[in-house]
Ligand binder design. Structure first.
Ligand code: GRF
Length: 198
């Protein structure tokens, strides 16, 4: 299942890939932390069940996390994909399902919600995107895949983010497909495709 907060183009890439049975994974549901976003509309057009769990509807962050986990559990996913989901997940979710996040920078550089802006401000000539397992930190979990994207003279946040997202969507689809088809295991900070050898 996929969690979104915005335009949902990464979600769309997964929906498109999953339309082919050979992909090996289906998007069983899409959850969001807010209404009225294109990400939810994309799921509805694809006839995928949706739900919204708003932080503001809960007395505490922990209560929100537990409510989100309850909604996720209804769909019995093997994997949760955070694709532009702009909230930090808590233990009610993270202790139950593996969660994969896509981030528009080469972690550990530029974690957080403004990665593209921060990379531009720093003046790096190369940035990129990272797909990683989510742990209790902010963009600190084990890296699964990364690709570099050059920063061009004249780039602004939008132009650079769009170029990163083109790479990000392809990489996310590749990673989720391989996790589903080949299995995966984490050995400390190293994530490998294929089942663990005993
Ligand atoms: C992606 O770049 C993601 O890494 C970042 O926000 C963007 C979401 O884009 N956190 P979309 O909603 O999938 O189009």
């Amino acid at each position: 299942m996929v969690l979104v907060s915005g335009s949902g183009t990464n979600l769309q890439a997964l929906l498109d890939a999953a339309a082919d049975d050979a992909f090996g994974a289906a998007v069983v549901a899409v959850g969001a932390d807010r209404d009225g976003i294109e990400g939810l509309a994309r799921a509805e057009r694809a006839a995928v069940p949706t739900f919204v769990t708003r932080v503001g509807d809960h007395a505490t962050r922990a209560a929100w996390d537990a409510a989100l986990a309850a909604r996720i559990a209804e769909h019995k996913p093997d994997l949760v994909v955070s694709a532009g989901f702009m909230k930090i997940l808590g233990p009610s979710v993270l202790d139950v399902w593996p969660v994969v996040n896509t981030h528009p920078a080469l972690l550990p550089a530029f974690p957080g919600a403004h990665a593209v802006r921060d990379a531009l401000a720093y003046g790096v000539r190369v940035t990129g995107c990272t797909v990683h397992l989510v742990d209790s930190g902010v963009d600190t979990g084990p890296v699964i895949a990364q690709e570099a994207v050059a920063v061009l003279d004249g780039d602004d946040e939008d132009s650079l983010h769009e170029r990163i997202k083109t790479v990000e969507r392809r990489m996310l689809v590749e990673v989720v497909g391989r996790m589903a088809r080949d299995g995966w295991h984490a050995d400390g900070r190293h994530v490998r495709f294929g089942r663990a050898e005993n």
